[in-house]
Design a protein around this ligand. Sequence first.
Ligand code: UDP
Ligand code: MG
Length: 314
Amino acid sequence: MGNTVYFVVPCYNEEEVLPETSKRLLEKMKSLIDAGKVSPESKVCFVDDGSKDRTWEMVEELHANYPVFTGVKLSRNRGHQNALLGGMMTVKDDCDAVVSLDADLQDDPNAIDEMIDDWLNGSDIVYGVRSARKTDTFFKRFTAESFYRIMDLMGAQIVFNHADYRLMSSRALDALAEYKEVNLFLRGMIPTLGFKTSTVKYERNERFAGESKYPLKKMLALAWNGITSFSTRPLEMIVTLGVILIAAAVVLLLVCAGRAIWGTAPHATEVFSYSLWLLGGIQLLALGVVGEYIGKIYSEVKGRPRYIIETYLK
Ligand code: UDP
Ligand code: MG
């Protein structure tokens, strides 16, 4: 195994930040190369996600002036997750590990040193986990933290306060390449890969220029995608609710029957409403059962690998 590392940086309309970002990443790369931690063939790869501004021209200029910069251009805007995956898949055979980070330097590049140390010590995936959210507005912090909690409740396995700042070895990337799904939620997919993993803490900075390319609408879409792509817990909840309703209705109806035989007869509306509960419960249960099959079809369609071999001693 060599130690060629590529930084993959998705960019969407990032002309305002690119000059500074490229400078900082160049410095970082130089210091890593000088320290002998990564090979001199290591590169910074900007992925242009169909930007409408000068982003791609700037990447071309950088590439022409410094061999350390490379670029990948998507034919149109496909969103952060697709841009990131596209970039990682394009470079994975040219390097031994990839570090993915945002173009706005909110992910502190100084955490890369520690990520590389962890990787050299045997971790295949190193998650960057933000230690504080001091620089976020209350709204962003609240929505973001609720997102992690709900995801957890809904049964998707994600790393708390980890966005898409991480290092992945080429072996982990090869495994990820086996995931053929089109609804991407990398934060949920990558923990299912397995392998030795570790986390590195970092402070998340403010976006130093330009505005967020993740408005609330895109954030909600990502969260919804995360829940619906990762878990069948909502379906299980329907089944549970159906069972509870049926059980309650049966008990109450039996009580009504008992009262009719041995005591004062219950009012017709009472019996009627419990019958409605029973019917509602049966319908929910039936829906849930259908849902379970749909859930199974969904996971079949995704065609994820059934296993990933980490080592084969021959
Ligand atoms: N991004 C992208 N395609 C998009 C939206 C965003 O490649 O459609 C990139 C963007 O250029 C940045 C990263 O994804 O490098 C994170 O976006 P941003 O910083 O705007 O999100 P926030 O930090 O506000 O959540
Ligand atoms: Mg940002």
